[in-house]
Design a protein around this ligand. Structure first.
Ligand code: AMP
Ligand code: GLY
Length: 423
């Protein structure tokens, strides 16, 4: 079987790296891919017509990485043409594409989540904020590349956030409607599972670091690093997440006639006394969580995705994991998530990193001389295995220190996985 992976990030490189190790897979195409992926096809991730012709012509099984094509209905289009594709239908991808939809869904399905209200009128939203006892979280309803959430420390910040979203339109149409949510306190973790509409097969737990600076300071980014397993998710908590979050979600989506097939990602806040609340759903694999998860997976990813596409996950055994930790440190362009430069030649990638390290590419490209150059905000996901979180972290950072570009133009956090190593 040949496979097509849609997207161009570290997540897609890691999925392709893993699936190409399957005995059942001959060739993996990436559309559009990046400087680290081979067999790139020059089709944009939102050009559904061209992607469809390509996949049809070559009879491929398609895996969708990012949310954009999912929210555009790529799975609906491919399935109508009888093609095999792993991802949710547009109606199920709404769980990520609209935060208001997700919150109302959780209320219906009885899934624990923060108290909320939905507004399309800025004045009413501000009046509501003024009546709250504590400063809330303001969320743009639509997709905003992980940047449409503002966690506020004061009510004035919340009022300013409403103005940014609804009046100044900083997030475009995504901010026409907003969700105002009670601010939760606790430790965040990601719980990701494979679903075929009926059955849930959990992946290993993980945690990411969303903020740009050490100590989880500064603005949110797409993710500056991740590790697996997440010590905060013990087997007791995993049981609770399955029972109170994943199972009600699968049941309710099925009942509504929009069964969920694909990677289902729940962002969970674990409170001090072990209670859990859902912060968000994503209808896709996490990036960078995917990178450490793929490094730890022993089972054949293709077998599971193929089973999910055919609705046969119920007959698959649990996934086998390496009894090791994996840590991914994201190397970004200095200035990200604000302005940054592109086109810097990356040095040090030819170093001998040892067998425990894999460097996944994200914002990289080949220049006319075939040199690897920077081509985005998040550039590389340097990922390493180790006996425990401490050793995996050391292995990842020894590799990171061998890589650079431009005149000190690379940036990375120095405290990835510190919550795991502290435990
Ligand atoms: P979301 O895209 O909804 O997960 O929000 C992005 C990030 O904002 C989350 O990963 C949290 O760090 C933070 N966040 C979102 N909702 C809340 C909340 N209700 N309380 C505290 N932090 C939140
Ligand atoms: N790393 C967070 C996400 O993929 O949404």
């Amino acid at each position: 079987m040949d496979v097509l992976i849609i997207g161009s990030g570290g997540r897609e490189h890691a999925l392709g790296w893993k699936i190409s190790q399957s005995k059942s897979v001959k060739k993996v195409y990436f559309a559009p891919g990046n400087g680290g992926t081979s067999e790139n096809v020059n089709i944009k991730q939102n050009d559904i017509g061209k992607l469809l012709s390509f996949a049809k012509d070559k009879d491929l099984l398609t895996i969708v990485g990012p949310e954009e094509p999912l929210s555009l209905g790529i799975v609906d289009t491919f399935e109508k043409e009888g093609l095999r594709i792993f991802g949710p239908l547009k109606s199920a991808a709404m769980l990520e594409a609209s935060k208001a939809f997700a919150k109302e869904f959780m209320r219906d399905a009885n899934i624990p989540t923060a108290k909320f209200a939905i507004f399309t009128d800025a004045q009413k939203a501000k009046d509501y904020v003024r009546k709250q006892k504590k400063p809330p979280v303001i969320k743009a309803d639509g997709l905003a590349a992980g940047k449409g959430v503002i966690v506020c420390d004061t009510r004035d910040q919340a009022i300013a956030a409403i103005d940014r979203m609804m009046t100044k339109k900083d997030f475009g149409a995504a901010g026409n409607r907003i969700v105002i949510e009670e601010r939760l306190i606790g430790e965040e973790a990601s719980f990701i599972a494979l679903c075929d509409g009926k059955t849930i097969v959990p992946l290993a737990s993980s945690q990411d670091h969303k903020r740009i600076f050490d100590g989880d300071k500064g603005p949110n980014t797409g993710g500056m690093g991740a590790y697996s397993p997440a010590p905060v998710i013990d087997s007791d908590l995993q049981g609770k997440i399955l029972k109170h979050v994943m199972e009600p979600l699968i049941k309710t989506t099925k009942k509504r006639g929009t069964p969920f097939k694909g990677f289902l990602y729940a962002g969970i806040m674990v409170g001090e006394n072990g209670d859990l609340q859902v912060l968000e759903f994503n209808a896709r694999m996490g990036d960078p969580e995917c990178q450490p998860i793929m490094m730890r997976m022993k089972s054949d990813l293709y077998d599971y995705i193929n089973a999910a596409v055919h609705g046969r996950l119920g007959s698959m055994p649990p996934i086998q994991w390496k009894d090791q930790s994996a840590v991914c440190v994201v190397m970004a362009a200095r200035g990200y998530p604000g302005r940054y430069e592109k086109g810097k030649a990356i040095e040090g990638l030819e170093s001998n990193f040892g067998p425990d390290v894999t460097v996944f590419h994200a914002g990289t490209a080949r220049d006319p001389e075939n040199r690897l150059v920077t081509n985005g905000g998040r550039i590389l996901g340097v990922t390493a295995l180790g006996r425990d979180a401490r050793r995996a972290t050391d292995n990842a950072y020894s590799a990171v220190r061998k890589i650079r570009w431009g005149d000190n133009d690379h940036y990375y956090r120095t405290d990835i996985a510190s919550r795991a190593t502290a435990r």
